[in-house]
Every structure is written in structure tokens, then in C-alpha cells.
Ligand binder design. Structure first.
Ligand code: ATP
Length: 405
């Protein structure tokens, strides 16, 4: 369909980037990025009508996203002819604006395209020896100024290297080290730094990627307040291993549950730092206010809970509940990862697997029948009942009724 619509518009259309890379690696990739040599937005509107879906347009960038009824997303971008440096009469004209589009991409392995127009359907467009780099499992930039143009690509290089078990090529690594030495990042106020860092920490196993960040000298840029900030010390490495372990444990038990691993890693990296260090990090990297509040809230509550549980003797179930009830899964797993006492780790495990699911047997309707008028008092009574249940002071409904009567 895409190719047919492109023919109607007399445009060349290509699928590009990660999709092509993953196709050649025989991996599935559900993100379809399409580039058309022409007006991408008009093209997207017509295509959406044909396929049945909504279009979100980004006029300024000449891009659009089609969201199909199935939930699948297709990004459409415009390869602009006006950027075109070659005289239009050259015989390569047909491919040239796609060439420029591909040249602006991050790495050779992400700079291939496959044509979609029916007459050339499936033709692989590879100007930069990308197939060879894919075979060699090498991450290479397209030109020497790549990291100067966009330093966030450093995070991407690491992400792809660790995800696919590739290697950042020697010259590209040298360019990264130079960029880091020259402090090319400036103040880090491009919000994409944070976006890319999140993606890196969300990878299947983030620990090697974090170690690579340290190896390439990025820790002082990311966490200048971390001490010792120049590298990963033994304690931090241990903490990263524990974080990975906590996440794997949770994933095994609750495969379908949604949570954000990057939050756990970020909290763990800053686990020994005061809250102010996390706040400074959020300010420097322009973390959106909601996310900032979430991170700071989790750290504060989690550190407080860890301290509480580590200082007392073996905690009662109700104490565990009170310490953890406001935390999200990310905060809980962070407590589990950084805890030095087994008792605290056990408390998290028991809370996640058992205690957080407990509820009193009585509900709002029962309280009404017992003569209580609905209001804030309900919450207090139910919480009292829950605490009694957690500490096994009540077992049956009658026990609970007796307690509230
Ligand atoms: P993933 O599998 O993680 O989604 P991807 O390669 O699809 O990886 P995206 O972030 O979705 O990555 O980007 C899509 C494409 O856009 C990339 O393949 C790359 O060609 C290009 N791209 C993304 N970010 C940059 C960047 N900072 N500089 C240049 N090109 C980029």
C-alpha cells in the first residue's frame, strides 16, 4: 500500500533506519520509519485514509505519525529536496535526497533504506558500506563531525553496542573520547540527553552499558557530584549487579507487569548520594517536572524506608507495610538492590509477593451496614483492619467486625 500511494504521488518512498538494520539481522522491529522524497505530511494523510488510522502531524519538521487501528505506528519523514546540494540533472538524482537523509543519521548500520515503490520494491539502498559494518558487527559514524553535530549519539553508540553485542569501531571510539575530552556536551540542556540516557538504562541488561559510560569518561558529565565520580568503584559495581538481580527476580515472578527499569538503575547509581544530588541531576538534564517529582519522591521514601527497616530488629508485617505502602515497584526494587541487610531484602520480597496484595475482609458496604457513614473515616478503619490482618491479630470476618464495632 505504501508503495502504491507513493507511486500515485510520484514520490520515492523508503523504509529506513532501525527497521532495515533489524530486518537484515532477522530481528523483529515494530517501529516503521518511512522517508518519502516529497511532502511527507500530504503523503501521510492519504496513506492513513487507505490504511485506516489517525495522523499526528509535526508541520515544522515535515514529519507525521500514523497510528493504525491495530496500534501499530508508522513514522513518515520528508527527505527534503531543497537541502539538496547536487544539480538536479545528475543521473543519481532519484536517490540523492534519500542519500542526504541517510548521511545525516547516527551510524552506518542505521543508514540503510529499502525502497517501497512497486517497480523497485525491496531494493536495498546502501551508500555507506553499511551491510559490511553489520557483518563486522561494527558501530561506525558516517563522518568525523558526527558527535560534534549531536553528542547524544554517544549514548546511542553505547546502547547499540551493548544491545547487539557489537563493537564501537576504533576510529569512532576515538571520536567519542575526543568529544568527551573537549567537553562537547556543554551543559547537557538538550532534553535528548535524558531521553537517550533513559533508553540506555532501559535496555535488557543495562550494567555493561553503564560500565561503558564510565569507561568512555562520561560519568563526570552525567554525575559530577557522584563520589568517586571518575569511574565505577567496587561498591557501585556491586550495587549494579544487585539491581540487575532484583529486576530479574521481579520479571520472573511478574512477567506482564509494567515498570521502568531505568528508574531503578538511576536511583541505584545515586544510591549513596543525598537527595540534592538527584535534584541537581534533574535540573541539569531538564527532566520533565512530573518525572522529577516521581524520582525525588521515590528516592526520599525508599531511603527513609531502608533506614527504618535496617535500624530496628526483624520488622513486623505492619511495619513493612507502613514503610513501603507509598512506593512504586521501582522504588521497592531499588531498596532491595541497595540494602545491605538481608532482613531488608527479605522485607521487600515479602511485601512484593504477599503483603501488598492483602486486604481486609470487610469493605465499604460492610462498614455502612455496621452503621458508619461514608467519609474519610472509612480509609482509616480499613487501614486499621489491614494492619491487624497483616500482624495476624484478626483472621475471620467476625474478628474484623468485633474490632470495628
Ligand atoms: P531502536 O531499536 O532502539 O528503536 P532505532 O534505530 O529504531 O533503535 P530510533 O531512536 O527509533 O532508533 O531512531 C530511528 C532512526 O533514526 C535510527 O535508526 C537512526 O537512523 C535515526 N536516528 C535516531 N536518532 C538519531 C540521532 N541522534 N542522530 C542521527 N540519526 C538518528
Amino acid at each position: 500500500t505504501v508503495g502504491a500511494v507513493a507511486d500515485d504521488f510520484l514520490y520515492n518512498a523508503f523504509v529506513v533506519g532501525g527497521f532495515v538494520r533489524d530486518l537484515l539481522l532477522r530481528k523483529t522491529n515494530m517501529d516503521l520509519d518511512i522517508v518519502v522524497e516529497g511532502d511527507g505530511i500530504a503523503f501521510a494523510r492519504t496513506l492513513a485514509k487507505k490504511l485506516g488510522g489517525r495522523v499526528r502531524e509535526h508541520e515544522r519538521f515535515g514529519t507525521a505519525t500514523i497510528i493504525l487501528h491495530s496500534g501499530l505506528k508508522i513514522d513518515i519523514a520528508t527527505a527534503r529536496l531543497e537541502y539538496y546540494e547536487y544539480p538536479a540533472a545528475l543521473p543519481t538524482v532519484e536517490l540523492s535526497s534519500i542519500k542526504l537523509d541517510l548521511y545525516r543519521r547516527d551510524f552506518t548500520i542505521n543508514a540503510m533504506a529499502i525502497q517501497l515503490n512497486p517497480a523497485h520494491f525491496g531494493r536495498l539502498v546502501d551508500f555507506f558500506n553499511s551491510q559490511n559494518d553489520l557483518k563486522q558487527m561494527a558501530i561506525k559514524v558516517l563522518h568525523n563531525l558526527s558527535f560534534v553535530d549531536d553528542p547524544t549519539r554517544i549514548f546511542r553508540a553505547i546502547r547499540f553496542e551493548k544491545r547487539m553485542d557489537f563493537t564501537i569501531a576504533r576510529h569512532t571510539e576515538r571520536l567519542i573520547r575526543n568529544a568527551v575530552k573537549m567537553n562537547l556536551f556543554g551543559k547537557g540542556d538538550d532534553p535528548r540527553f535524558f531521553t537517550e540516557l533513559k533508553l540506555l538504562l532501559n535496555e535488557e541488561n543495562a550494567t555493561p552499558a553503564i560500565e561503558r559510560l564510565a569507561d568512555l569518561g562520561l560519568f563526570p558529565f552525567l554525575w559530577p557530584d557522584l563520589r568517586p565520580h571518575l569511574n565505577i568503584d567496587r561498591r557501585l559495581r556491586h550495587c549494579l549487579v544487585q539491581t540487575q538481580r532484583a529486576i530479574s527476580w521481579f520479571k520472573l515472578l511478574y512477567a506482564g507487569d509494567q515498570y521502568d527499569p531505568w528508574i531503578i538503575f538511576l536511583l541505584a547509581i545515586m544510591g549513596r548520594s543525598p537527595l540534592s544530588v538527584l535534584a541537581t541531576f534533574c535540573d541539569r538534564f531538564h527532566v520533565p517536572p512530573k518525572t522529577r517529582a516521581l524520582l525525588l519522591g521515590e528516592k526520599q521514601l525508599a531511603d527513609q524506608a531502608s533506614r527504618q527497616l535496617a535500624t530496628a530488629g526483624p520488622p513486623k508485617n505492619s511495619e513493612i507495610h507502613l514503610a513501603f505502602k507509598e512506593l512504586r515497584i521501582e522504588g521497592l526494587l531499588y531498596v532491595m538492590a541497595v540494602a545491605r541487610k538481608t532482613e531488608v531484602k527479605k522485607a521487600v520480597s515479602s511485601y512484593i509477593t504477599k503483603l501488598r496484595h492483602e486486604k481486609p475482609l470487610l469493605g465499604g458496604d460492610d462498614l455502612k451496614q455496621l452503621g458508619y457513614r461514608p467519609g474519610p473515616i472509612f480509609k482509616t478503619i480499613l487501614e486499621t483492619l489491614l494492619i491487624a490482618r497483616l500482624d495476624q491479630e484478626v483472621k475471620t470476618r467476625d474478628n474484623e467486625i468485633a474490632l470495628v464495632s
